[in-house]
Every structure is written in structure tokens, then in C-alpha cells.
Design a protein around this ligand. Structure first.
Ligand code: UDP
Ligand code: MG
Length: 334
């Protein structure tokens, strides 16, 4: 088993003045408890990221920071959005921690799962997903739309973990790797599975928001879902091409039917030219769009500038064994 890691808990906060005091009380108590148990290093800390809130969120964070050595803060100049705020927090805590947990400020996710995550980390997992056991506290609407979304992502070939949001533990080297994904349309739960390394899952029950309102109204949820799909899959573009093929095929079958009818003298005047051209031209347009789309898909993949691979370990006879694997990847606890 690995030694107790220096743990960082990263909490993105946007207009969270209503919950922050309670959240801080619970998180500090949890970290103190984990430290006392010897599960995490004594200098483990919490990092609150203020995502450009215009309420008392940042003054509160400053107050917590003054009151406790465990609390750190990061203040973003403007609202960057949940995913960007989370990444900012992970990136800035990464050099100072061995393991990083991300959790929402409203503590809907069960903080007691963090102890289990740390255990999984010490057993060798680089990424530990917090997975919701049930969605009892969600409305029927949220439950159905969420399920439909996971299904859609699966159908489009994107690798996401079912019922996992952004409550997870990542090792330092996994976060370093995550930071190499330079895309602007961030959908972290889609990127993390691409990193590789050993993963584990911890199951928990999701509760209600402690206080305040959800920052993900329906409109933002839909935008987030569209981002998720379009940042990870080029299948919609391929679908246009396939549709074009189908249209042209229909036109060819119709051509056969027209010739047959003409042969038997049962052809309705004017019908054939109209019918054939509609399907044939439609098919050709879709095919060309599909071809153009294929090139755009290539551009889209290139501009994302994602790392091509991630080395886990290397064995070379002429190298003295080092703990650092290469410039991109670092061995755990190096
Ligand atoms: N959040 C953020 N920036 C935003 C929106 C949300 O940092 O622009 C944070 C928010 O403070 C919370 C987390 O993201 O810690 C998740 O938001 P929320 O709990 O409102 O989402 P829900 O659980 O309703 O999906
Ligand atoms: Mg929430």
C-alpha cells in the first residue's frame, strides 16, 4: 500500500454564499479526521475556487483562509464556468498535492466517500470515480434526461462513466496529464477516461443541495450536453455521409422502378423526372456535405491538440532506472 498522500480537495464555487460556511465546516472536519487517522498527510488542504461570483463567496473564502491553515483560495477574475473553474483549481493544487479530489460546493456528493477514494488510491488507482448509487433525490425529469444523455454518449462512442459527474479523485500524475488536454470546450468527465491509468469506483448516495440554488438550469444543462457530444464525437458528421448514400441508393432503386414502369407503359407523365431528381440531387448534396464534414472533423480533431499518448512506464536497459518516466508523464510519488 502507498503511504498516506498529501490530499487536496478542490471545490469550484459560483455564488455559493448560502452553503459555503456549512461546506467548509464539514470539509475541514473531514480532513482533520483523515489526518488524525493517518489516512492522508498532515498538510492536506482544501482549495476553494471562486468562479467570478458577485456575492460574498470570495470574502468568505478569505475569512476561512485566515482562520485555518487547511484552507486555500483561488479567485478567478470572471466567471469561467464550472469545468474551467475546476480545471483551474486542479492545475494550481497539482504541484502541491499527491492526490486531488474534486467536489461541488453544495456537498450533494457524500463526502464520506472521500475516505474510500483515498483507500483506492493507496491501493494503486490513479483515478477513482465517485458513482451515484441511486438518483432518488433527483426529479423524474432530471433522471430521464440524464439517462438519455448517457445512452446518447454511449451510442456516439464516447467513453463516459455512467452516473458519474465531477466527484472524483485523481493522482498528481493523472492531473498533469489532464492539463495536457488543451481544448476550450471542456467536458472533463469525457476527457478523464481518455487518460488511461488504473481506475477504481466508489459508490455513494447523492443528497439534496445543502442550500442555495442549482447553477445548472435547464438551458445550461442542454448546452453542457451538446458540448459533451460535439467535443468528443465526429459520428454526427459521418451520419450525414451515410444519409447521402442512402438517398442516392433510393434514387437508384426508383430509377429501376421507373424503367420497369416505362417498359410496361404504366409510367405517369412528369412523375419520374421529378421523383428521381429530388432524391438524387438530395443524395448528392448530402454526400458532398459529408465529404466536407469529414475534412472539418479532421480539423476539429487537430485543433484540439490532444496528447497522442500517455506513457505509463518504460523499461530500457541502457537507462538508469528513474522514477520520472518522461517529460510528459511522471511516476506516482516522484
Ligand atoms: N459552478 C461554478 N461555476 C459556474 C456554475 C457552477 O463554479 O458557472 C459550481 C457551483 O458552485 C457548484 C458546482 O459548480 O460547486 C456544481 O453546480 P450545481 O451544484 O449548481 O449543479 P447541479 O448539482 O445542480 O447540477
Ligand atoms: Mg449541485
Amino acid at each position: 500500500m502507498l503511504p498516506p498522500p498529501l490530499l487536496a480537495i478542490v471545490v469550484p464555487c459560483f455564488r455559493e454564499e448560502a452553503v459555503l460556511e456549512e461546506t467548509n465546516r464539514r470539509l475541514c472536519a473531514l480532513v482533520d479526521h483523515l489526518v488524525a487517522e493517518g489516512a492522508v498527510g498532515p498538510r492536506s488542504f482544501i482549495l476553494y475556487v471562486n468562479d467570478g461570483s458577485d456575492d460574498r463567496t470570495w470574502p468568505l473564502i478569505c475569512q476561512f483562509h485566515r482562520a485555518s491553515r487547511r484552507v486555500n483560495g483561488l479567485n478567478l477574475a470572471a466567471n469561467a464556468g464550472h469545468q474551467a473553474a475546476l480545471l483551474a483549481g486542479l492545475a494550481s493544487a497539482c504541484p502541491r498535492a499527491d492526490a486531488l479530489v474534486s467536489i461541488d460546493a453544495d456537498l450533494q456528493d457524500d463526502i464520506n466517500a472521500i475516505a474510500e477514494m483515498v483507500t483506492a488510491y493507496r491501493d494503486g488507482a490513479d483515478v477513482v470515480y465517485g458513482v451515484r448509487r441511486s438518483r432518488r433525490t433527483d426529479s423524474v425529469f432530471k433522471r430521464t434526461t440524464a439517462l438519455a444523455f448517457y445512452r446518447l454518449m454511449e451510442a456516439l462512442g464516447t467513453n463516459t462513466v455512467y452516473n458519474h459527474a465531477d466527484f472524483r479523485l485523481m493522482s498528481q500524475r493523472a492531473v498533469r496529464q489532464l492539463c495536457r488536454y488543451r481544448e476550450r470546450n471542456l467536458f472533463l468527465r469525457g476527457i478523464v477516461p481518455l487518460i488511461g491509468y488504473t481506475t477504481a469506483r466508489v459508490y455513494y448516495d447523492r443528497g439534496e443541495r445543502l442550500a442555495g440554488e442549482s447553477k445548472y438550469p435547464f438551458r445550461r444543462m442542454v448546452n453542457f450536453a451538446i458540448d459533451g457530444v460535439t467535443s468528443f464525437s465526429v459520428r454526427p458528421v459521418r451520419f450525414v455521409f451515410v444519409l447521402g448514400c442512402i438517398f442516392v441508393l433510393i434514387a437508384l432503386v426508383a430509377l429501376g422502378f421507373v424503367i420497369y414502369s416505362w417498359w410496361h407503359g404504366t409510367l405517369v407523365e412528369g412523375w419520374a423526372s421529378l421523383f428521381l431528381s429530388v432524391w438524387f440531387v438530395g443524395g448528392c448534396v448530402l454526400l458532398s456535405l459529408g465529404v466536407i464534414g469529414e475534412y472539418i472533423a479532421k480539423i476539429y480533431i487537430e485543433v484540439k491538440d490532444r496528447p497522442r499518448y500517455n506513457v505509463e512506464q518504460q523499461l530500457f536497459h541502457d537507462d538508469t532506472p528513474t522514477k520520472r518516466q518522461n517529460s510528459a508523464t511522471f511516476a506516482k510519488h516522484s
